[in-house]
Structure formats: structure tokens, C-alpha cells
Design a protein around this ligand. Structure first.
Ligand code: DQA
Length: 159
């Protein structure tokens, strides 16, 4: 369990398989920015917006599921599921099982690529979806998570 000072102001930035290779993996699709740099940018945007960003990456679906469970009571999750978006039913169910909003990110425009990338089993249960904006999409997704979280808290308070 990641120790965060205030769960309601914590966001998980979670990257799936092969995204640890960002920077050198297929730069035509994913650019040359490393995962470390993405995490630095999102963490620093989080500081500006008053949230603590916890960063994690795994190449296995079970570990991603565990991380999502840990973020249950948090403000939300920015998730690039990598290839698990296309067939990861356990990951899909984990997103569906938590109340915190999960915004799905794809760096590349998956709809301009191979047909198997056009299906996402995770998107229907995500609170939002960003694709094709490059690594800037992670920053958009963080803003979207916080907006969704504010909306659900307002709805719960009957505002
Ligand atoms: C990706 C797109 C997926 O199809 C692919 O398997 C990835 C990266 C993206 O960020 O564009 O690993 O999620």
C-alpha cells in the first residue's frame, strides 16, 4: 500500500506493459520522452493543482489490478493500460470495481493504427479517454480526473 498523506488528494499515474521503454520504443508512435520525464511532468502539474501524484508502472496485469485496488479511495487514476486496453478483462473489472474515476490515456492515435488497437475493453468503464495527443495526453488526463472527482464529490454532497 502506497502511503499518501491524504487519499482524497492523491492520484495514481499508472502505466502498463512496455511503457517503461518510453523514449526509445518506436519513437514514430510514442515520441522520445522517457517515462521518468512523463512522471516528472505529471507530478509537477499535480503539485500546481494541489494533488499528490503517485507513479507506478508494471508489465503484468495482476500488478496493475493490485495498484488500482490500492487507489480505491483516492481522487482518481490516470491509466495507460498499454496493450491490456485491447483484451485485459481483469483490468477492466478492476476499473469498474472502484469508485475513483479512471481516465484512460493512449499516447498514439490508436484509431489510426492496426485494427486490433481500435477495440478497448477498458474504455467503456473509464471516466474519460484521451488518445493521440502524445505524452501531453497524460497532463490532460490528470486535469480530467480532477474534474470528474470534483463532480462526483459535489453530487455526493447534493450540491
Ligand atoms: C498505447 C497503445 C497500445 O495499443 C499499445 O499496446 C501500447 C501503447 C499508447 O499509449 O498509444 O503499449 O497504449
Amino acid at each position: 500500500m502506497s502511503a499518501v498523506s491524504d487519499q482524497s488528494r492523491a492520484v495514481l499515474l499508472l502505466n502498463g506493459p512496455n511503457l517503461n521503454l518510453l523514449g526509445t520504443r518506436d519513437p514514430a508512435q510514442y515520441g522520445t520522452t522517457t517515462l521518468e520525464e512523463v512522471e516528472r511532468r505529471v507530478t509537477s502539474l499535480g503539485e500546481e493543482l494541489g494533488v499528490e501524484v503517485v507513479c507506478a508502472q508494471s508489465n503484468s496485469e495482476g500488478a496493475l489490478v493490485d495498484r488500482i485496488h490500492e487507489a480505491r479511495g483516492w481522487a482518481g487514476v490516470v491509466l495507460n493500460p498499454g496493450a491490456y486496453a485491447h483484451y485485459g478483462i481483469a483490468l477492466r473489472d478492476a476499473i469498474d470495481a472502484i469508485e475513483a474515476p479512471v481516465v484512460e490515456v493512449h499516447i498514439s492515435n490508436v484509431y489510426a493504427r492496426e485494427e486490433f488497437r481500435h477495440t478497448s475493453v477498458t474504455a467503456p468503464v473509464a471516466a474519460g479517454y484521451v488518445a493521440g495527443c502524445g505524452v501531453f495526453g497524460y497532463e490532460l488526463a490528470l486535469r480530467a480526473v480532477l474534474r470528474r472527482d470534483a463532480e462526483r464529490r459535489e453530487a455526493a454532497d447534493g450540491v
